[in-house]
Design a protein around this ligand. Structure first.
Ligand SMILES: [Zn+2]
Length: 326
């Protein structure tokens, strides 16, 4: 008789909520739950909530192969070196979880990297081991896999695409550099663009809205507001440049676009147009096989769970097209 199916527990730590998912080896969600992050209560309190959620899903039934955790910020070798949204620095996350769950393998990674692994394992990049992932959210994050391995970099900071230069001498970024891609291609970027370019369009209704947020900007884009369309143009231009550099340098076959704002922008991003713009700036034998697709994972916690399968060295389920013959 075959061994019972093992499950992985995925945990995605966000600034406001922690998402937990129990997944099978194909990335299908068996159970999930959420908890508030409440980072102001301190690291120990957040760790307690993590442990509580992991224990609850672990009690769901069936053997648990391990726990994968995705965390924002600079994560290297199990240590969250800096996560501004959480107010964390040098938090030994993997060790802290090992203390609580000594029998479970624990994998910890940057959140974007976890999603990239998940998209490769069971999502939009399934069967494609050379992939660039861009997460357009409040900020702009990224991750990449080359030959089926995560590109980590010397300090775990590979693919920090939000802080690649987009505009020489451009807007000042929170990181201290100027003209960062994130200052144009993210929620923060749309808001700073609105503040900086408001005066250029006296006929814009958006320009006259004092407390406009990201959702207002998206509505204005859909209504054809000239200022909003200029911000969309800036966003696409900066994003295109970053993707050209990353996909060109890595000879990626697929770019996956995700993140909350990426989803909300939807057809405004015009992925087929973005794909031809990126391809047009690459050598034919680099760009010809490149496709840009929207993210597919049901939850970022699924990507974190896929860290377990990937780190344990299982073979991925394979491309969707061949799955039925496997
Ligand atoms: Zn920056």
């Amino acid at each position: 008789m075959d061994a019972p199916t093992a499950y992985a527990i995925g945990v995605d730590i966000g600034g406001t909520k922690i998402a937990f998912a129990l997944i099978d080896p194909q990335g299908r969600v068996v159970a999930e739950r959420r908890a508030p992050t409440l980072p102001a209560e301190g690291v120990a309190a957040v760790l307690d909530r993590l442990a509580e959620g992991i224990a609850a899903l672990g009690a769901h039934g069936g053997p648990v192969a391990g726990v994968g955790v995705g965390c924002p910020g600079n994560v290297h070798d199990g240590v969250v070196r800096l996560a501004v949204n959480l107010g964390w620095s040098e938090v030994r996350l993997r060790d802290a979880l090992r203390e609580r769950f000594p029998d479970l393998p624990i994998a910890v990674s940057n959140d974007a990297a976890a999603v990239a692994i998940g998209e490769w394992w069971c999502g939009a990049a399934r069967g494609c081991p050379d992939v660039v992932y861009a997460a357009i959210g409040t900020g702009l994050g990224g991750a990449a896999m080359s030959g089926g391995r995560l590109v980590r970099g010397a300090s775990g900071a590979a693919m920090e695409i939000g802080h690649l230069p987009a505009v020489p001498g451009g807007r000042l970024c929170a990181c201290g550099l100027t003209g960062c891609t994130e200052q144009y291609a993210s929620g923060v970027g749309l808001l700073s663009g609105l503040a900086a370019r408001r005066g250029e369009w006296p006929d814009s209704l958006l320009a006259r809205k004092p407390d406009a947020g990201t959702a207002d900007i998206l509505d204005a884009m859909r209504a054809g507001d000239p200022l909003a369309l200029a911000l969309l143009h800036d966003l696409r231009g900066a994003l295109t440049q970053a993707l050209v550099w990353c996909a060109g340098a890595l000879n990626a076959a697929r770019i996956v676009i995700g993140g909350g704002l990426g989803r909300a922008l939807g057809d405004l991003l015009d992925l087929p147009g973005l794909e031809s713009d990126v391809r047009a700036r690459l050598l034919p034998y680099v760009g010809d096989g490149l496709h840009i697709v929207p993210a597919q994972l049901a939850s970022s916690a699924v990507g974190a769970g896929c860290l377990v399968w990937a780190e344990l060295g299982s073979s991925p389920p394979g491309p969707l097209s061949t799955r039925s013959t496997a």
